[in-house]
Design a protein around this ligand. Structure first.
Ligand code: HEC
Ligand code: HEC
Length: 332
């Protein structure tokens, strides 16, 4: 477990303890395989692999085995960008964003069922319906900067992309080239009932607001160490991000949230709280063409997306800009 993950987890446990919530420590170790971690810490496999059995899952190499040469430096740099995105690559992250890549790809992109980088790396080039062409891995990385980080895509060949690509390649050492590799993405979640805002609000207040804030804006400490990322509003991912689809959000939440308690919500609760989260305003989709209805028709035409839908009397998709940007003037 690196220092930053430890600080976040310990802070989370302290907050939870203070308010009587039980958090099972999730060991985000980079040094050991899941099975030896389990044996030493006596924790069930579910907490190592985000609620799913670890038996058939690929294990990326331990951090201590990073090559000790020039290539190793670039791999390490990629890991640092992934965990400390805003400080190392600020030019590509939205001004107000308080997210980092590992906000949604937990344990520095290692954790199965949290869209791990090793599974992503072996899955490209691939056709994506989102942009209707075959995407290289580098282009896929660009997408998460533009939408999830509400920032700008680094140009192809940029050292930031080269480092992230090197880190992903190294994590995938020994993995088969297989887009169906177990542990990829976020596992699908069923929903016997349609998502419900009110039920989702109750789940949110009970299980999420403690860390992510009643207003969804998260919390960042002065040294930017303990970072609870924003789930909606100006500091969060924008309307073009994968997480603004209820389906993706429910999958991530069911497997990984509350932090350290992945798998504890029912499928329906995960779907409802994802519906609640995605019923709030967030930064505009960068593909916005001047009309919410047309932007919905072109990019959000799905029952799982609330862009362009009226919720509680508010037409979603109007976008939101930070009142006081953290640095510089943010423009949409
Ligand atoms: C707000 C959450 C969020 C943040 C922050 C985020 N991502 Fe993602 N990322 C996603 C979602 C959602 C997907 C789609 C997962 C799926 O399709 O199952 C995804 C997919 C990916 C994939 C492809 C995964 C696959 O298996 O095809 C890569 C690579 C990736 N992200 C890299 C990054 C990088 C690099 C950063 C930081 C610059 C980042 N992400 C930040 C949510 C996020
Ligand atoms: C104990 C604190 C804690 C609780 C409780 C918690 N989270 Fe999180 N959550 C985090 C942290 C910390 C991260 C980012 C992980 C990282 O940076 O390593 C995160 C990340 C996320 C993300 C991806 C990043 C983003 O900003 O979009 C979503 C979505 C999310 N949580 C939703 C939820 C939901 C829904 C609940 C309630 C069911 C919940 N969380 C409960 C601490 C918590």
């Amino acid at each position: 477990m690196n220092l930053r993950s430890s600080v976040i987890l310990v802070t989370a446990i302290l907050i939870a303890a203070a308010t009587g919530i039980v958090v099972v420590a999730q060991d985000h170790t980079h040094e050991k395989s899941a099975s030896s971690t389990q044996a030493q810490n006596n924790i069930p496999s579910s907490s190592v692999t985000a609620g799913f059995t670890s038996q058939t899952l690929f294990q990326p190499p331990a951090e201590r085995n990073m090559p000790d040469d020039e290539f190793g430096k670039t791999i390490k740099h990629g890991q640092e960008i992934f965990e400390n995105t805003k400080n190392i690559a600020p030019q590509y992250v939205g001004n107000a964003s308080n997210l980092r890549c590992s906000s949604c790809h937990l344990d520095a992109g290692r954790l199965a069922n949290s869209a791990p980088l090793w599974a992503a790396y072996v899955s490209y080039p691939s056709y994506r319906s989102k942009n209707k062409h075959v995407n290289t891995y580098a282009e896929r990385l660009q997408g998460c900067f533009k939408y999830s980080m509400n920032g700008k895509a680094p140009p192809l060949g940029d050292p930031v992309l080269v480092a992230l690509e090197s880190y992903s390649y190294w994590l995938a050492s020994g993995a088969p080239i297989d887009p169906k590799i177990p542990g990829r993405g976020y596992p699908p979640v069923s929903h016997p009932l349609a998502g419900d805002y009110r039920r989702g609000q109750q789940v949110y207040e009970q299980h999420c607001a403690l860390c992510h804030g009643a207003d969804g804006a998260g919390q960042t400490d002065a040294r930017n160490q303990a970072n609870f990322p924003a789930l909606w509003g100006a500091k969060s991912f924008n309307w073009g991000a994968g997480m603004s689809s209820i389906k993706n959000a429910a999958g991530f939440i069911k497997a990984n949230m509350p932090l350290g308690l992945g798998g504890s919500l029912s499928d329906q609760e995960a779907w409802d709280v994802a519906t609640f989260m995605d019923s709030h305003e967030r930064p505009q989709d960068p593909r916005f063409n001047g009309s919410i209805a047309q932007t919905r028709a072109q990019h959000h035409d799905s029952a799982d997306e609330l862009y362009g839908v009226v919720v509680n009397g508010h037409l979603l998709g109007q976008g939101i800009v930070a009142a006081k940007p953290d640095s510089g003037g943010e423009k949409q």
